[in-house]
Write a protein that binds this ligand. Structure first.
Ligand SMILES: NC(=O)c1ccc[n+]([C@@H]2O[C@H](COP(=O)([O-])OP(=O)(O)OC[C@H]3O[C@@H](n4cnc5c(N)ncnc54)[C@H](O)[C@@H]3O)[C@@H](O)[C@H]2O)c1
Length: 352
């Protein structure tokens, strides 16, 4: 029996054993009926959504995840399956949804370039029709609504750092337009519902976020660099490497999303970490952090790749009392450990 077969047999035995043992869940705060909210998280099986679900569940709320599993996965939320406060609906948000909720965190949308470019029409539909459907639901049940918008809305910015007053510099017909313009339209739709239907809306403009549960093949810079470094493969930089990015750890983002949802501020708010790195410096840093022998190689730049990215978080500080807390060192440690485990699992055939 080779190692793969042995592991498979062990996994089957563990599954059988687990079926006989009552499942245990992470601890959940007891909440009275006045404080306990029914919360919908669209895209809750994805990277950010699943961390948000953890937080809301542990806070004692009832959480319903709506996801079509395009980039999300059941394993991201398996810790809650079977819990009395948790429900999951396999549903594509380009179709209307009818349920009763108090708050909606609308996160459903592919987020990484290879995913959103795979089917640009579907990306536009998800961001436009999907957002209309989620807002229609918010209107019907009078729920407060938060949308995960993006720093991509600023395009290739001429203003640095980017504050929320900046209207952006987006190529409306380029390969990234399906996402950038989809999110811009989604924001416009939100504020149309505010003006016309009096919906309570919150808009989070999220900057690059990283952490465990990132998709292993999502082609984003953090996951690419870490995987290449772990595997001692060439670390690929597209373009000169002088372009800058800022990276926030996912738990900081979740704190910001919850503070925004439950606060009184209704204009867009940047949520990101203002520590700025050139991509070249970031590649070197990850290489050293992992202790990798990977060479760093440069390839032709990507179309419409922004030259600089750094959030101005004055608004989040002033109105939400929020700023990122997790150091790059701590965040990377957790993320590298996660990717090491994922790579090992995929090599043993236990995960694809
Ligand atoms: N991660 C980041 O760095 C980042 C940065 C800016 C904005 N955002 C935004 O945050 C949100 C979550 O991003 P993420 O990184 O967790 O991405 P992700 O791909 O891991 O999660 C997105 C989730 O939405 C689901 N989904 C996609 N289309 C759907 C549809 N039509 N119907 C139902 N479900 C659908 C996917 O299956 C997945 O579970 C997205 O809206 C994204 O635009 C993320």
């Amino acid at each position: 029996m080779d190692i793969k077969e042995k592991l498979q047999e062990m996994e089957e035995r563990i599954i059988k054993l687990e079926m006989n043992v009552p499942k245990t869940f992470p601890p959940v705060k007891p909440l009275g009926y006045k404080d306990k909210k029914r919360i919908l998280v669209s895209g809750g099986a994805g990277f950010v959504g699943s961390h948000l679900v953890d937080r809301l569940m542990m806070d004692g709320h009832s959480v319903t995840v709506v996801d079509n599993f395009f980039t999300g996965s059941r394993k991201n939320i398996e810790q809650w399956i079977g819990h009395e406060n948790f429900e999951i609906i396999n549903h594509d948000i380009i179709n209307p949804l009818f349920i009763e909720v108090d708050q909606i965190y609308h996160l459903a949308s592919p987020a990484s370039p290879p995913h959103y470019m795979l089917n640009p029409i579907k990306t536009l539909k998800t961001n436009i029709l999907g957002t209309i459907n989620m807002l229609g639901l918010a209107k019907r049940v009078k729920a407060r609504f938060l949308i995960s918008s993006t720093s991509e809305l600023y395009g290739d910015p001429e203003i640095h750092p980017q504050s929320e007053d900046y209207w952006g510099n987006v190529n409306p017909i380029g390969p990234r337009a399906c996402y950038d313009e989809g999110k811009r339209a989604a924001e416009a739709i939100c504020y149309a519902y505010v003006r016309k239907e009096n919906i309570e809306v919150r808009v989070a403009r999220i900057f690059n976020t990283y952490g465990p549960r990132m998709h292993i093949n999502d082609g984003r810079v953090v996951s690419n660099f870490i995987i290449q470094a772990i595997e001692n493969l060439p670390i690929t930089i597209y373009g000169s490497g002088k372009q800058t990015r800022s990276f926030q750890y996912v738990s900081d983002l979740v704190e910001g999303l919850v503070a925004l949802m439950n606060g009184n501020y209704s204009l867009p708010v940047n949520l990101g970490n203002p520590d700025e790195y050139t991509i070249e410096k970031f590649a070197t840093l990850i290489k050293e952090f992992v202790g990798s022998s990977s060479p760093i190689v440069f390839k032709e730049g990507l179309e419409d790749d922004p030259k600089q990215r750094k959030p101005d978080i004055t608004r989040a500080k002033n109105y939400l009392n929020w700023s990122p807390k997790v150091s790059l060192q701590d965040g990377l440690q957790k993320t590298v450990n996660y990717f090491k485990k994922e790579i090992q699992m995929s090599k043993t055939g236990l995960r694809s």
